[in-house]
Design a binder for this molecule. Structure first.
Ligand SMILES: Cc1cc2nc3c(=O)[nH]c(=O)nc-3n(C[C@H](O)[C@H](O)[C@H](O)COP(=O)(O)OP(=O)(O)OC[C@H]3O[C@@H](n4cnc5c(N)ncnc54)[C@H](O)[C@@H]3O)c2cc1C
Length: 438
């Protein structure tokens, strides 16, 4: 082919990028494009530092493309408007991209595919983001059987990591650059996360400590690769290869990668779960949704230090430890009886690794309305804190106002001058059973 537009989405890298490599192999000229989707950015409504992170990842991608005598063209509009214009102006033979498996991404992609059909331009997409795409194995409603099936597909698949294309010939075109499009947004520099962290973390993180440390709130024990995976700064195959150098394929870390894919498979086979509970019997629960409670959670003043610390971590860093996400989600849905969709929205607003499929799946799971055979899981926030933050280091890091208290006072909620707990966990559990088993 003479000219292909390559549409970058959640794959902001040149190495091991399946769609890009194929485009480079098939076309004489490549036009790399990223679209800052106006509607999507408005819907996400996140802090400026999250947009700032995206912009710096795009800036990095542009630099990498320039090393290959190419460059990134960037637009701020709806994707179908951009491609309608580009098809007229550039007359490409095809648009290539990596496949979107999320609700929003799939709808957007379908609009562009439809446009291509109407305009007589080819459209090809590739699976880049999943180790085992949902088309490949049968549907499973429970994680255990899913993992076994997924693992056997993994063992027979090809997960080699491909290098960046050697050459990308891009014509000189009068199209907007990243800085042209960014002018219309108001990003803030994200000082905590730089896109360069991804490859460094991938090399330096010791995957062998994962089993021992992954649940500890007070140590840097997890990989923190979720942001890199979300934006495609590294590929999931690169992560897998690195893990397999140290650990077997059925290790806990690989199981976590499988959790990520489990939610994508659930989304694919049960697409209505975007808004609706996976479990039919748990639809229409009588959520309390008290405004004061919702505000107290978002403002980190529930009176439960581990919850408040987790929310501070989320708002300061755009990231929250998995154990903390579990504790917060249980507290919000089970203790306060706040609809999981509201919790999902809270994480959507602040998480840098926000991924609608993974977030919805986990929120439903935490609320015991999702793909989980256990009838009801309840986490006691105090016991969780004692177990996973035994010296209160995590709590004191994010709530420095509690540094003056001994850890056992924090654990007993004996904190004069601090917020009163919104409710008593034990009574909340009784109330919860009445609502869930009505
Ligand atoms: C209520 C709730 C909401 C969540 N929302 C998101 C979200 O929007 N985006 C997101 O990427 N993760 C989400 N998670 C999953 C998990 O908390 C994060 O992936 C993890 O904390 C990221 O940190 P890490 O990279 O250090 O993870 P590690 O523990 O190092 O795990 C490695 C990778 O495995 C995957 N993974 C780990 N746990 C899970 C899980 N429970 N579900 C799916 N994938 C997992 C991630 O890709 C992660 O980067 C959520 C979990 C809960 C309980």
């Amino acid at each position: 082919m003479n000219r292909i537009i390559f549409w970058f989405k959640r794959d902001l890298r040149l190495e091991d990028n399946r769609g890009l490599r194929q485009a480079a192999a098939e076309a004489v000229e490549i036009v790399p494009v990223f679209i800052l989707d106006k509607g999507l950015l408005a819907k996400l409504d996140g802090p400026g530092s999250r947009t700032g992170f995206l912009i710096s990842a795009l800036d990095r991608l542009d630099r990498k493309l320039r090393e290959k005598s190419s460059r990134l063209f960037c637009f701020y509009d709806a994707p179908e408007n951009v491609f309608d214009r580009l098809i007229s102006e550039l007359r490409p033979e095809a648009i290539f991209t990596n496949r979107s498996y999320s609700w929003t991404g799939e709808k957007t992609q379908q609009r562009v595919e439809k446009l291509c059909r109407r305009r007589g331009v080819g459209f090809k997409d590739f699976n880049d983001s999943l180790l085992v795409p949902p088309e490949k194995i049968a549907a499973r409603k429970v994680y255990g059987p899913f993992f076994r099936l997924w693992l056997s597909a993994l063992n027979s698949g090809d997960f080699s990591v491909e290098p960046a294309p050697e050459r990308l010939a891009t014509p000189s075109l009068r199209l907007p650059s990243l800085s042209d499009s960014v002018r219309q947004l108001r990003p803030e520099v994200n000082r905590r996360w730089s896109p360069d962290y991804a490859l460094k973390r991938l090399k330096e993180y010791d995957f062998r400590r994962y089993d021992r440390d992954r649940n500890r709130l007070d140590v840097d024990g997890t990989s923190r690769l979720s942001v890199a995976l979300r934006f495609g700064l590294v590929s999931v195959r690169q992560v897998l290869q690195q893990v397999l150098k140290k650990l077997p394929a059925d290790s806990q870390f690989v199981k976590e990668l499988a959790w990520r894919e489990f939610w994508y498979h659930i989304r694919y086979h049960f697409p209505w779960t975007e808004k609706l509970e996976f479990q039919e019997k748990r639809r229409g629960l009588e959520w309390f949704n008290r405004e004061e409670d919702i505000r107290a959670v978002e403002e980190a003043r529930t009176g439960y230090p581990v919850i408040d610390a987790a929310i501070r971590q989320l708002r300061q860093e755009g990231w929250m430890h998995n154990r903390a996400r579990l504790i917060v989600a249980s507290f919000l849905t089970k203790d306060l009886l706040i609809d999981w969709r509201i919790g999902e929205g809270l994480f959507r607003k602040y998480l840098l690794d926000y991924d609608e499929v993974v977030n919805v799946g986990n929120w439903q799971w935490s609320a015991s309305v999702g793909a989980d055979p256990r009838p009801l899981r309840v986490f006691n926030p105090q016991l969780q804190a004692e177990k996973y933050d035994p010296q209160c280091r995590y709590i004191k890091r994010y709530l420095p106002e509690l540094k003056k208290f001994a850890c056992r006072q924090i654990q007993a909620l004996d904190l004069p001058g601090y917020h009163q707990p919104l409710l008593d966990h034990r009574s909340a559990t009784i109330r919860l059973r009445q609502v869930y088993f009505k």
